[in-house]
Design a protein around this ligand. Structure first.
Ligand code: IMP
Length: 431
């Protein structure tokens, strides 16, 4: 039997899953997406090339792999077709050998997008029609890919050759000893059941979504690994205990496009230096702004600046429990470079009492305040580092502290967007 490894987000999405999936794709035969739609945005950098995907699994860049879009996803046909055509025009032909789309995946219709734009403001949805499409699925009035693809329109005719019963393909691949890599979308805290409801997406982005969204039985999943950024970001509304600065401050901030337009590329670097000086003088908002500028924390899908905060170990432990993560994959460690000190939220206080677990009631979560463990930061630029042992002492201590707090192994540490900026600490965890 082949291995099935899943890479899921441990926070509120944007953890850098795309890069990790791309990194692990070499030894995978099939790459599959089980949930979500084009609300997701995965950026992968290979050499000088940057790829941004919303629907296609990131395995599409590696030739000779089958990419599966599972039954649990929701598909905007025009967006998918554009993504396929964009890849083809860059020299990546996509045939049914490279892509299979589940006949049972639901179609996002224009009315879903209209409704989402009209009513998604409070939650801060991506406006891609995700919630209304899933709502129609549950109400049993949706249109599925199998039915859609037989219609007489350009997207449906172009997509028809890819439409298959993907559960059969996936299970046959596992039987034949092939390796399957499941690429998660969104993050655990955006899960419709386990996330910070109602500030969540409309699908199960946690481990259960792999089985329902692909038709793979639980016993066939070898391991689920959680991806965590070395800090935390969040897009849209909802509680965020370890947030640096307030949403009101963020709203006043110019977008990165405005900064580049007004100050040029050098201006961004100058701004980052100015912001860092304030951050290192205990200015929480500017510490958050530094993470934003340094980590380019602006949405792939919407371009919105992301809210930023310190690593939240209480939320991380909750995600580990819900998903049964075998290991944590830590990304964007390089972004913390320059900060005089780094903090980890190790506990919450609610109504003057410390609490041990992540509250699922959002009203309680909104009232929680963070208890921090403060650690010394590091000055060095770590983007050229080749292995874990070459990291500055304080960066290593930070990773070791997260390992001790989370109580699961840290299997990969990533310190830059390139494949080469990745240290695998425990290769036995993978294919
Ligand atoms: P929806 O998925 O468009 O309905 O949006 C619901 C919530 O999930 C909003 O707060 C979005 O910002 C958030 N969200 C959805 N997809 C992503 C993602 O890929 N990364 C981060 N946040 C996301």
């Amino acid at each position: 039997m082949g291995k099935v490894l899943a890479i899921l987000g441990g926070q509120w999405g944007d953890e850098g899953k795309g890069k990790i999936v791309d990194f692990l794709t070499e030894k995978a035969d099939v790459i599959a997406r089980s949930t979500g739609g084009n609300n997701a945005g995965h950026t992968v950098k290979v050499g000088d090339e940057t790829f941004k995907f919303h629907l296609l699994p990131s395995g599409i860049i590696s030739k000779g792999k089958l990419n599966v879009i599972g039954n649990g996803t929701v598909i905007d046909p025009k967006v998918l077709l554009n993504e396929i055509q964009a890849m083809e025009s860059r020299g990546y032909p996509i045939t049914p050998n490279e892509l299979a789309i589940s006949a049972s995946a639901h179609i996002i219709q224009q009315k879903h997008i209209d409704e989402d734009i009209e009513s998604g403001g409070k939650v801060g949805t991506t406006g891609r029609g995700i919630g209304p499409c899933y709502a129609d699925k549950v109400r049993r009035v949706g249109i599925r890919m199998g039915e859609y693809a037989t219609k007489d329109t350009i997207p449906s005719e172009r997509l028809l050759p890819f439409v298959r019963e993907t559960y059969r393909i996936l299970n046959a691949a596992i039987d034949e000893g092939k390796n399957v890599l499941v690429e998660g979308a969104q993050g655990s805290l955006l899960d419709i059941d386990h996330g910070t409801y109602p500030y969540v997406t409309s699908s199960n982005s946690t481990a259960g979504g792999i089985c329902t969204g692909l038709g793979i039985a639980p016993g066939r999943i070898t391991a689920v690994h959680g991806v965590f950024k070395a800090y935390v970001t969040r897009v849209g509304g909802g509680p965020f205990v370890s947030e640096l600065g307030s949403e009101a401050q963020l709203k006043k901030e110019p977008s990165i496009e405005e900064v580049k337009r007004d100050m040029g590329r050098d201006g961004v670097a100058q701004l980052r230096r100015r912001v860092l000086i304030k951050a290192n003088h205990d200015d929480a908002y500017n510490a958050g702004r530094y993470l934003r500028l340094q980590g380019m924390e602006y949405g792939t899908t919407t371009g919105r600046p992301r809210r930023t905060g310190w690593f939240d170990a209480v939320a991380a432990k909750y995600a580990i429990t819900i998903n049964g993560f075998s290991s944590a994959i830590l990304t964007k460690l390089d972004v913390l470079s320059g900060l005089r000190e780094v903090k980890v939220c190790v506990g919450y206080e609610l109504n003057g009492k410390s609490i041990a677990s992540f509250p699922t009631n959002i009203r309680n979560l909104e009232k929680c305040t963070p208890a921090y463990r403060i650690m010394p930061g590091w000055e060095e630029d770590i983007s050229k580092v080749k292995s874990f042992k070459d990291l500055p002492k304080n960066a290593k201590s930070y990773v070791e502290a997260l390992h001790a707090i989370m109580q699961i192994p840290v299997s990969i540490v990533s310190f830059g967007p390139e494949r080469s900026q990745t240290a695998v600490l425990d290769p036995r965890m993978f294919f």
